[in-house]
Design a protein around this ligand. Structure first.
Ligand SMILES: [Fe+2]
Length: 176
């Protein structure tokens, strides 16, 4: 049975989605990528990442609060418009936008720092690390990084031939 707390623990994530700074950058990004043939950064992508990460959170008993996962997923690529327009790497741009958005959505300074650090690590490669054994660093890092990759259906992508992602970064099947 759903607990009342389950129904409310994504309120802060909803506040991120409705935040004017978030909406401004989100809409700019949608316009900029409207005709992009490669991976786009839509709400569907952000929610795919959140939901995949939360499945693993439950499956592996990682204990990451649901709205922290959703915050990281919603925000991890939000700086991409600044990468396109100003050349700022999008992980850095997204992390700095967290500082403008998250305090007004009810997140504590410690939670904001946690999400920023996960975003700054989400493009990195962590050979050998796993969701279970990445406890030396925050498991949110690996959860976000892997969910971001897993969310892309490379095996069914019409632009796969032109894509510059290396083979080891691509998803080659539904459950690979
Ligand atoms: Fe992403």
């Amino acid at each position: 049975m759903m607990r009342e707390s389950d129904m409310h623990d994504t309120d802060r994530a909803d506040r991120i989605w409705r935040h004017p700074v978030y909406q401004e950058h989100f809409l700019q990004l949608q316009k900029a990528e409207h005709t992009r043939e490669f991976c786009r950064h839509t709400l569907a992508h952000f929610l795919d990442v959140a939901r995949i990460a939360h499945i693993w959170n439950l499956e592996y008993g990682l204990g990451i609060p649901k709205d922290i996962l959703y915050a990281a997923a919603l925000l991890h690529d939000i700086g991409r418009y600044l990468q396109l327009s100003e050349g700022i790497p999008h992980d850095q741009a997204s992390a700095s936008l967290c500082a403008r958005i998250m305090p007004e959505c009810g997140f504590t300074p410690e939670e904001i720092l946690r999400v920023q650090n996960a975003i700054l690590h989400h493009r990195g490669h962590s050979p050998g690390s796993s969701l279970e054994t990445s406890a030396s660093q925050d498991p949110l890092f690996e959860c976000l990084r892997r969910a971001d990759k897993r969310s892309r259906n490379c095996f069914d992508c019409p632009a796969a031939r032109e894509c510059n992602w290396p083979a080891d970064r691509r998803m080659h099947g539904i459950c690979t």
